[in-house]
Design a protein around this ligand. Structure first.
Ligand SMILES: *Cc1c(COP(=O)(O)O)cnc(C)c1O
Length: 306
């Protein structure tokens, strides 16, 4: 049995009314550790476990680290997560609740990741947050579930950080014969590494990340994301932090589910009739996110420029 669960898929009345077309939700926010990450991370951890790994190492203070911690606990494999000093107390608490050992090191993810790399012994597995074919194969299971449900959307909306979700979803579309279903790939303006790659024709390293959508904050997307742009219809879309935060609030009212701004970015596009004008039946990947709180979303909104 895989570590992730089958998640609900249904037509959202509030989003359909707002967007003026049929909007379906794939509710991966309901994965046990709060995000879609468990699909890919769970698959990678199972493969490494079967190959004899005795310790998992992650350098993500976000949903990827949480998914590794969850997978390790279920497989009986100890987990170490190295996070930078900027990681919130809430995120560290969630990691500890999954029995992970949390090490705090350095002022940025780069420094935390450098220490994490030194901890990887011969029987250990490092689990990357987005750049690994094992992750993409696991994320692709989301599209298998949609195909099994007998529903074929005519476009799909998802958010992009390092491009692992995009790579997995495109893999899933291809393996189900859905090469003709375009993907609307959404980022916030301050974390637009896919957008930069699409414009340049190759991956680009952003100088800095400036967005509340911390789970989208990869400075450079995986090469595989570039491959998706070349081989599949992908539209790159940008929303503001404010739009992403407002979508989080609105989605909480509409469906009683709290998600991170990273997920709010995709929802912001889905609430927008104009962005979806070319499509009749759109599916949104509600990717979730466990580390944001309502207080934090409201505080960000209060200080976010109009
Ligand atoms: C990781 C994550 C993303 C971005 O996924 P990538 O694979 O890095 O593109 C978006 N939303 C949430 C909630 C995430 O945890």
């Amino acid at each position: 049995m895989p570590l992730h669960i089958h998640t609900p898929l249904f037509e959202s009345r509030p989003l359909s009314l707002a967007a003026g077309r049929s909007v379906w939700l794939k509710l991966d926010a309901l994965q046990p550790c709060g995000s879609f990450k468990l699909r890919g991370v769970g698959h990678a951890c199972e493969v490494h476990h079967a190959r004899g790994a005795r310790h998992f190492v992650s350098s993500s203070g976000g949903n990827a680290g949480l998914a590794v911690a969850y997978a390790g606990r279920l497989l009986g494999v100890p987990v170490t997560v190295v996070v930078p000093e900027t990681t919130t107390e809430r995120a560290k608490e969630l990691l500890r609740l999954e029995d992970a050992k949390v090490l705090v090191h350095g002022g940025s993810w780069q420094e935390a990741n450098e220490l994490a790399q030194t901890l990887i012994g011969p029987n250990d597995a490092f689990i990357h947050p987005f750049d690994d074919p094992l992750l993409w194969a696991g994320h692709a299971s989301m599209i298998d579930e949609v195909a099994q449900a007998g529903f074929k959307p005519d476009a799909l909306v998802l958010s992009v950080g390092g491009g692992g979700l995009l790579s997995g979803v495109v893999e899933g579309l291809k393996r189900n014969g859905w090469q003709d279903v375009p993907v609307l790939a959404v980022e916030t303006q301050g974390a637009a590494s896919l957008h930069a790659a699409a414009q340049a024709g190759h991956t680009v390293a952003l100088e800095r990340i400036a967005s509340v959508a911390t789970s989208l904050g990869a400075k450079r997307v995986a090469e595989q994301a570039m491959e998706c742009l070349r081989t599949h219809p992908v539209e790159s879309h940008l929303v503001s932090d404010r739009e992403a935060l407002q979508a989080c609030e609105r989605f909480l009212l509409d469906h009683r589910l709290l998600v991170e701004p990273a997920c709010g970015a995709a929802l912001a596009l889905a609430y927008n009739a104009q962005a979806l004008a070319n499509y009749k039946q759109v599916m949104v990947v509600v990717c979730g996110g466990a580390t944001a709180t309502l207080e934090q979303i409201q505080a960000w909104l209060a200080t976010c420029p109009e």
